[in-house]
Design a binder for this molecule. Structure first.
Ligand SMILES: [Zn+2]
Length: 235
């Protein structure tokens, strides 16, 4: 995924203003390399997996890879379910060790994860979560398993559906258990920090992404058509 990286040394030289340059980030959310001025950089983003996959999907649309966009949107939904399950388990006082042990039994099969998410959410909130419609599930399966080449409208429809599933879920989690959302995010950042080791200079940054669990969306969130417009994708 390409994101904007800011170099702390350049920012300091510019009087504290972040200086961004576009870089390809590693799959684990880390970036190592040099800024255009040659400073060594180790930058971690706190972007969650589902947020990164959603970003990859948007970039795929920009680059004209529609099948890849749909499969990345679909993967983003699945990883959001995983995040939500972790938050809801945490909310019940279940330790991450026990959660991880339970996750092992569903890890290999996304249908099991969907089932776990659906019922955990329903039991927690007394309502059925927003999920992909049958039409969208069929589109995803046709793309994934039958080699369907989707047109632009299908990709945008699927992206909009994925966006709604995740954003309505995030809004609910933030409203009902913000402390657990923050704790899950904190744990994610800690895991990344561990991978960074003691290498310096290092920096954490919040990357501007279409989805971001730290955003307060209690009073609403941008429409998907406005999100894609920001990426230069004609709606
Ligand atoms: Zn620099």
């Amino acid at each position: 995924m390409r994101i904007n990286i800011s170099c702390p040394q350049c920012a300091q030289a510019a009087g504290g203003f972040a200086v961004f340059h576009l870089e390809e980030i590693r799959e684990d959310g880390l970036y190592t390399g040099k800024c255009p001025q040659g400073h060594d950089l180790l930058v971690a983003t706190q972007t969650l997996r589902h947020e990164m996959l959603f970003e990859i999907a948007l970039n795929a649309i920009v680059d004209g890879y529609r099948r890849e966009a749909i499969s990345s949107f679909a993967a983003a939904i699945e990883r959001f379910y995983e995040f939500a399950i972790g938050v809801l388990a945490r909310n019940r006082g279940v330790s991450s060790t026990i959660s991880a042990a339970a996750w092992k039994t569903v890890a290999a099969q996304s249908e099991r994860q969907l089932g776990a998410f659906t019922f955990l959410y329903t039991v927690s909130f007394g309502e059925v979560p927003r999920l992909l419609s049958d039409r969208m599930v069929k589109l995803r399966n046709d793309v994934t398993h039958r080699g369907l080449l989707p047109d632009q409208k299908q990709v945008l429809d699927f992206g909009a559906a994925a966006y709604e599933v995740i954003q309505t879920g995030v809004r609910k989690l933030r409203a009902a258990c913000i402390d657990d959302v923050n704790a899950a995010l904190g744990e994610h950042v800690e895991e990344i920090a561990e991978k960074m080791g003691s290498v310096y200079p290092r920096a954490f940054q919040v990357t501007p992404t279409a989805l971001n669990v730290i955003q307060d969306i209690s009073t609403g969130y941008p429409a998907f058509k406005d999100v894609v417009a920001r990426y230069g994708i004609p709606a």
